[in-house]
Write a protein that binds this ligand. Structure first.
Ligand code: V47
Ligand code: SF4
Length: 390
């Protein structure tokens, strides 16, 4: 039973949500600490439907993690490997081309590229990854590198991060994924990833990417050593940058998977926590159009329920996921479009295939084109582009 003072507070927050008034840091803390899951979900669903109607988005994508060798040792990471470790691998150009050909045969619209920071690879090696993908199939959208990698390239080249981004764009980079954000607060960051790019650097790199015309995503890794106040602080920092640039497309809360990590003693967040974080994110990030329930990480069942707790996107077919499977994920490494449709329809939503920039993809037999932007609620802000694909 919620105390009467809390009921009043909840009424005030609900009214704010209905009138489109921004929630404060304290409102966020109250929602995180006090409000029961179903109430939280119901309020978040108001915003979800206002922004995205009854639609639920997915895309046809493929992952490429060109190397797992990494100079850093984030305590939550099961993916990384030392240079000489048995599990260490590094892709050759031929392997990259094979992955692109596979993407083409599956009709993918996007390749998602992130990896480790290899001790012995220079900036040109990473630039070449993007070039090889782009030259093999120029129509494939390349969503690649996080600020952690961009900062590493800046360190390697002794050039500013803006210059690094410009080189990558010239090579074929189309947008940036949301990784590397973890939890911005330094008290947490020093426990989980003390050496890599900090909050300022992460935010600055996205600011620069937005200024160069790239759309990007944002994430938050939860369920490890952080507390509610760190999660709310993280969401407020993202909201602030989005006010300034408008360049974030989607936010993806990432549930910590402890297996094979230095934090393996921590119990994985429950489905209840996953749904709470999705709902809280939807409510706090009033200026980001989409909230992604990444099915690989949540599992298909929780991802389905999340579509009624604030999320409007499931991510995609994925194929070849490693980061979460190294850390104990039991989900498949990919789903077919039919399976994604089934999950979405069963959840009472209407599936829409989108491209990386949230334009509706229309497929017609083997020919397909990118059609009109999706026009719902507040989330329409892209121009239509027609692209013919083989
Ligand atoms: O930055 C690593 C996280 C991220 C673990 O932008 C872990 O569309 C949980 O950012 N348990 C990479 N999380 C993945 C990522 C992502 C995924 C899907 C879509 C998009 C997008 C971005 O994964 C890392 C880190 O925050 N991570 N290890 C782990 N054991
Ligand atoms: Fe390296 Fe990224 Fe893993 Fe950190 S999360 S150890 S930077 S691969």
């Amino acid at each position: 039973m919620i105390a009467s003072y809390d009921q009043q507070r909840l009424r005030e927050i609900t009214e704010k949500v209905h009138s489109g008034t921004r929630l404060s840091f304290d409102d966020g803390l109250f929602l995180d600490h006090e409000v029961d899951l179903l109430t939280l979900g119901r309020i978040a669903n108001v915003v979800r439907e206002r922004k995205n109607g009854n639609y639920a988005y997915y895309n046809t994508n493929i992952h490429l993690n060109p190397t797992n060798v990494c100079v850093y040792r984030c305590t939550f990471c099961a993916f990384r490997a030392d240079l000489k470790a048995e599990k260490a691998y590094t892709f050759t150009d031929a392997m990259i081309r094979d992955r692109v050909h596979e993407a083409k045969s599956l009709g993918a619209t996007e390749i998602h590229v992130v990896g480790g920071l290899h001790h012995q690879k220079d900036f040109d090696w990473y630039l070449n990854v993007i070039r090889v993908i782009h030259e093999t199939w120029p129509a494939l959208h390349i969503k690649a590198w996080t600020p952690v990698e961009i900062n590493w390239f800046s360190y390697l080249t002794k050039k500013p991060t803006r210059w690094v981004l410009e080189q990558m764009i010239e090579a074929g980079l189309g947008s940036m994924p949301g990784g590397g954000a973890e939890i911005f607060h330094p008290d947490v960051r020093q426990q989980i990833c003390e050496h890599k790019a900090d909050a300022e650097e992460w935010l600055m790199t996205h600011r620069e990417a937005h200024a160069l015309g790239l759309r990007t995503n944002a994430t938050m890794l939860y369920g490890h050593v952080e507390e509610g106040k760190h999660r709310v602080d993280h969401l407020c920092k993202l909201r602030e940058l989005q006010d300034e640039t408008g360049g974030f497309q989607t936010f993806i809360p990432l549930a910590f998977h402890p297996e094979n990590t230095k934090l393996s003693h921590i119990i994985k967040p429950s489905g209840m926590t996953d749904l709470r974080v999705i709902a809280l994110s939807r409510l706090m990030l009033d200026n980001i159009d989409h909230i992604k329930a990444y099915w690989i990480m949540l599992g298909e069942k929780t991802a389905q329920v999340a579509l009624s707790f604030g999320a409007d996107d499931l991510d995609g077919t994925v194929i070849h996921e490693i980061i979460y499977h190294d850390a104990g994920a039991k989900t498949p490494q990919g789903l077919t479009v039919d399976q994604l449709h089934h999950l979405i329809r069963e959840a009472g939503r209407v599936p829409i295939e989108r491209d990386t920039l949230y334009r509706k993809v229309i497929r017609n037999g083997v020919d397909w084109q990118i059609g009109d932007p999706i026009r719902v609620g507040e989330s329409d802000r892209h121009d239509a582009v027609a692209v013919s694909m083989p």
